[in-house]
Design a protein around this ligand. Sequence first.
Ligand SMILES: [Zn+2]
Ligand SMILES: [Zn+2]
Length: 202
Amino acid sequence: MFLSGLHKGENSVQKQQQWDTTWLLFARMMADRHSKCASKSVACVIVKDEKPISIGINGTPSQHVNCNEIYLKQAGVLYKASIDEVKDTESVLHNGRMFYRCTNQEEHHEWSKLNEIHAEINALGKLAADSTSARHATAYVTHSPCHACSLALIASKIDRVVYSTGYEYGDGLTLMRQSGIEVIHRPLTEEYFLERIFDKDL
Ligand SMILES: [Zn+2]
Ligand SMILES: [Zn+2]
């Protein structure tokens, strides 16, 4: 009895870890394929009762001009598609458009604060628009949530936050833990992307 109970416990932990990885991979794919931010691709998938109930990706509100229509980041250098920037500045051709090296490399950061909605807020906002509760749900995020998003996740009564990239002590993690949210850092490695190819006969 005791052994079978223990075994069951281990299985459910393993099962939870497997699902955590699945949803993180899903979030990563959504971010990589669909984020229109030139600087960072972030996604948040909110899962409740084993179902994804909302997906948020970082970016400008719909109908607004996308970040990657204005900015381009290549090898860590920020460029902007603007004619007023043209002087003797370095330029690159990308998707048929010219982008010019920004004098202020922090420019996107300032612009983003005013124009882009973080993935977590987008995911929670969609739920709010549908009057759906995130209470007791899990938020899977590609990056550790910033301070403002952590506050929003706390306010929404989320139970768990699982993220794959970020700093263990970054921004709102402590705040969320203090509020009773289970915060888990589960890094994704290349092997997760390859395991199916090697393990299964496709
Ligand atoms: Zn951006
Ligand atoms: Zn945020």
